[in-house]
Design a protein around this ligand. Sequence first.
Ligand code: SF4
Length: 750
Amino acid sequence: MTKSAVILQPPLVQLNGPYPSGAYLAAFFRSLPSYGIRGPETVRWVDVNNRVFRSLFSPAGISRVFDLAESVPSESLGAAGEDAGREYARFLSLRDRWVGWIDGIVSILTGGDRELAHAFVRSPYAPRGRRMDAFLAGLESEPDADDARVLATLAVEDLADLVTVAVDPAFSLVRYAESISASERSFARVEAALSGPMVREFFEPVYASLWDELEAEGMIPREPGDQTLFCVSVPFPGALVGALAMARSLRARFGSRIVIGMGGGYVNTELRSAVSPRLAEYVDHLCFDRGYGAYAAFFADGRVAQLAGVGGAESGPVRLSCPPAYRELEDRMTREIAPDYADIDFRLYPRLADTPNPMHRLWSDGAWLKAYLAHGCYWHRCSFCDVSLDYIRSYLPVGIERLYFSLRRQALSHGLRGIHLVDEAAPPRALRDFARENLRHAARDGGGILPFWGNIRFERSFSRDIADYLAAGGLAAVSGGIEIAAPSGFESIDKGISLEHLVFSCCAFKEAGILVHGYLIYGYWDEDEAELIDSLEVTRQLFRAGLVDSAFWHKFVLTRHSRVYCEWRERAGSPAAGRPSAGTLSGLEPIDEPGDFADNDLRFRGEEASARYTAPLDAALSAWMAGEGLDAPIRRWFPFPVPAPRVDPNLVGSLVSAYERARDEAWDLPHEREADYAWLAGKPVVIGSDELCFWHLGEEVRVATPGARRVAEGLSLAGGEAVDPNFLASLPPELFSALRRHGLCRVRPI
Ligand code: SF4
């Protein structure tokens, strides 16, 4: 019988906070005592990634890195080049300083040691590396304690270079052996990475001490027949080797007293057809999709004991997914469960200042509580997206009031302020309702607004009114797919939006003070050079107009669960389980290779052709994000001839003008009785007998009106609540229109 459950986040993934899957599973297991788990106290969620970070970047960890570095033959250092050899020698020379400072560096990153920060930036006896030197050399004035967090971030990155060179070339700060794990068809090759030095030297000692801890806490059963369920969550390929090593260590330590399951984003997408019998030596089951229905059935059926020791099965680990009889429970849980962060000590997470770009910083700076407003994507149609999988296809909004209440309670108890919404594309109405809860609670309990940010789809619903309301209600930034910025691009991938929608929504966000990040894709199987150039030119214009703060180019990856591949397979007439036969979809020719492991990412004929664009596209984006080269012709980024863009050089500018006209027209519309309006500006102050004075978006606004006191009272509603419609209907049209321009926001319907 299962008596307890432990959820583990393996190394290596992002450093500044845990992934949310553990928080959702912990909340779910704590709601299930009747299925066998004894009670909420027998559920534990452990972020092992954070433990590995703190173990590696500790005096003992860094000493071990230097031990290993000192054993590297000096001839191999010379082979790495003069600069690398000199840098290596500097590390070895400064060993004692690195070891002596590492606790302080981590403390600066976790928000402590302000006094040490002064010394860290100024002391000639503090350690220095290549990145730190470059940062200090680029400062226009003497460094001060406010520079310490940037310098500490760079210190960790410099040390990470040493680890990569001296300990394990598969190491990087937020992923391990990713190139081995991403879309690897052969489990044997992944397994080979399990003997990597990083695993041996740093992962396994952390695992061993955690198992001691869990055993001492009584989380591992002593009675024969009792078992603990271990759920290992793998969000990305860079966490796979750490996860498998963890499973191996668990199995060796506890044998049949435990059952090991593996789930998470990587498992959901890549391992749905994994059949390697060797994989079953590590994990008893793979859990797909949300996990609620699958694990409820798992416990109810008493299948835990049956699963133990299935290693060696011909078809790999047992696969768990939600049985039809548990669909209702799964959906109910999806709507009702709020992630549970009780097991996480957010004070232990480093806040990395690794980029000056304010939008990029959000990903690494700040330990955000992560949650979603809806499971799945309400659009679920884009051709390149995994729309056949539950995490995209099965759209289900969650109860916003319940979710917000739980997040606010947890945020305040953890001393945190920020929420990161991890939706695939947060629905506009849910965002508005989340912002409304934020405004209401902040007005009620005086605890202030919780800033939040997340993924959206750049669609028409994000008007200036809604953007203003979201900003007032805490929305700090949005990220969303632009994909192909060329006018024809949105249609070709069935994005469901147009360039006009993109520009209008970005204008609204930027006017409301919200940061914007865009995801771009190049290298589609049917993208020609002219379309790519058009996409780049529109991107330049978006930056030039100040509509996006940052962006990122992804190279198109054809996936087995994407809409385009599913359609291609239908046309090719291949049986679902078999390898596709020859066929094309607008020239698409997938190359499917046999294997026993990961199989979501597929190669396709001609994909190499786009490789030559990678460096120029990245160079252009880097410059534009730094505000440079925005007026230069885009052909300058390419070291080879490319066609001139076909789009009007003022294409985005003309859409911005159209946005401004549409926005002004909306402001001039008369009061609508069935709509809700909220007052977002500061409290109106009456000057004399007929003038209102208030502040909105950083500016002083003065409005002359008879009966100024009555108007001020009508607008002075706290908490973003709807203003009385009878009061608004009584206002003269010109006053209503003036107020609409300065803080009277139409928030419903959208
Ligand atoms: S790409 Fe984004 S908007 Fe399109 S279907 Fe996927 S999640 Fe939805």
